[in-house]
Design a protein around this ligand. Structure first.
Ligand SMILES: NC(=O)c1ccc[n+]([C@@H]2O[C@H](COP(=O)([O-])OP(=O)(O)OC[C@H]3O[C@@H](n4cnc5c(N)ncnc54)[C@H](OP(=O)(O)O)[C@@H]3O)[C@@H](O)[C@H]2O)c1
Length: 271
């Protein structure tokens, strides 16, 4: 039976563990390691998984080691594990932004199977998007397990080059916050029109939910959905023309390129 160790019991690993158990993976084959007790004990209590404060014990237990600590800790965690136990048959799966396969491989004493992933926050609801990149030593069986792991919290997209991880970061990794910002701006204007905070939130939230659901439920291009609700000379048309005149497309392009640039910078410096 495949055994999985999660290093770090924070938001992202917590979401994946919860997704895995909900999809039927045996809780007794999962061990989480975290220095402070609260989060790992809460996961044990809720899901029945094993827990420890010792990364080595967790890594020793498992075939797959999911690295869910902050990016600047990834290499030291890898180094300590590989200096203490035999890692040659284990597969490391990182969910950390800004830490490359080469940086992880340098920290591991022996050549090892490494999968780099980029999940996003809606994974907490099972609505995530995860980009995955498998380095050369990864077997098909290890890819299948990583696929099942990340599919338990949303959809997965396998990437053919590691560079694409930075692009996925700029699209889906950082993407939820782009939509939050847009919703915040609409909420502010609803308040300015005189609606209460509760009303403004509800109006914007339901509009975003409805629009997203329409995209999800229709196969037609998003541009066509927009055209269908934009009558010539109408109110929506006035708003859309205002967005276009103010250069919305270029604003989005610039923002996503900034995220891409920052992702590359972080990968270079491991920060
Ligand atoms: N959250 C997201 O949406 C998201 C999206 C994509 C990628 N990621 C990546 O996921 C990783 C974790 O992010 P997060 O948001 O889950 O952070 P988080 O909630 O802060 O979780 C990090 C966890 O790591 C634990 N930890 C610290 N040092 C450790 C060590 N030496 N060994 C084992 N565990 C240790 C921390 O424990 P203590 O609390 O006891 O210090 C904490 O519980 C990051 O690398 C991030 O780039 C996150």
């Amino acid at each position: 039976m495949t055994k999985i160790a999660f290093i770090g019991a924070g938001n992202m690993n917590g979401a994946i563990i919860s997704g895995l158990v909900k999809t039927g993976f045996s809780a007794k084959d999962i061990m989480v390691s975290n220095p402070s007790p609260e989060k790992r004990l809460a996961l044990k209590e809720q899901l029945g998984i094993l827990e420890t404060d010792n990364n080595i014990a967790a890594a020793n237990f498992a075939d797959f080691i999911v690295l869910g600590v902050k990016p600047h800790l990834i290499t030291s965690v890898c180094q300590k594990i590989s200096e203490t136990i035999n890692i040659s048959n284990k597969c490391f799966i990182s969910v950390a932004a800004g830490c490359t396969v080469a940086q992880m491989q340098n920290a591991l004493v022996n050549p090892c199977a490494i999968i780099r992933t980029m999940p996003n926050t809606p994974s907490q609801l099972g609505l995530g998007v995860t980009g995955l990149y498998a380095a050369e030593k990864v077997s098909d069986q290890q890819k299948q397990v990583a696929d099942a792991l990340m599919s338990s919290v949303g959809i997965v997209k396998w990437l053919t080059t590691e560079d694409e991880i930075d692009q996925i970061t700029a699209i889906s990794g950082s993407g939820p916050a782009y939509f939050f910002l847009f919703m915040e701006a609409m909420e502010k204007q609803a308040l300015a029109f005189g609606f209460t905070e509760k009303e403004s939130r509800e109006l914007v939230q339901q509009t975003a939910l409805g629009a997203t659901q329409m995209v999800a439920n229709n196969d037609i291009p998003i541009s066509e959905l927009r055209a269908n609700v934009t009558s010539k000379g109408g109110t929506t048309n006035a708003a859309i023309n205002s967005f276009i005149d103010d250069g919305l497309e270029q604003i989005v392009t610039n923002a996503m390129n900034s995220a891409l640039h920052r992702a590359k910078e972080m990968a270079q410096n491991n920060v």
